[in-house]
Design a protein. Structure first.
Length: 140
């Protein structure tokens, strides 16, 4: 019984370490409230990325799309925060819980409302087009 408990504790801490390392590498926030405050101060959309550890499409989005030079440059126009839907429950507004991962919500910090949403994996060029649509919606 003790061994099972130790394995569970270690696995939860490894999942947390994985997303924390990725957030640090990408300069993404892991704190929704501070990211929201920064977005409000800078008048930029908050980009809430919801992932889960057992999601192959999430990993592909992280490594193949978000990690590209062109996307990284465009993300400077947002305040990204990445949350693990399973382990970070309660650390972001409940209205953004979803059954499908990855999901990206763009939130207007002045109105505290979602104005754009993308569900699922996108390749780099499709992601860049989605960012164009999002920016146009944000400026309205």
């Amino acid at each position: 019984m003790k061994i099972i408990l130790i394995v569970l504790i270690l696995s939860f801490s490894l999942f947390g370490a994985k997303i924390d390392d990725y957030a640090l590498e990408m300069n993404f926030s892991r704190d929704y409230d501070s990211a929201f405050a920064k977005a409000k101060k800078e008048n930029k959309p908050l980009m809430l990325i919801l992932i889960s550890d057992d999601c192959a499409w999430c990993t592909k989005l992280e490594r193949s799309t978000l990690n590209t030079k062109e996307v990284k440059k465009r993300l400077l126009d947002t305040v990204p925060v990445i949350m693990n839907q399973n382990y970070d429950k309660g650390n972001f507004p409940e209205i953004y819980l979803t059954k499908t991962n990855p999901t990206i919500f763009f939130i207007d910090p002045k109105q505290n409302k979602k104005f754009y949403e993308n569900v699922g994996y996108l390749k780099k060029n499709d992601f860049l087009l989605m960012l164009n649509d999002m920016q146009a919606a944000f400026k309205k």
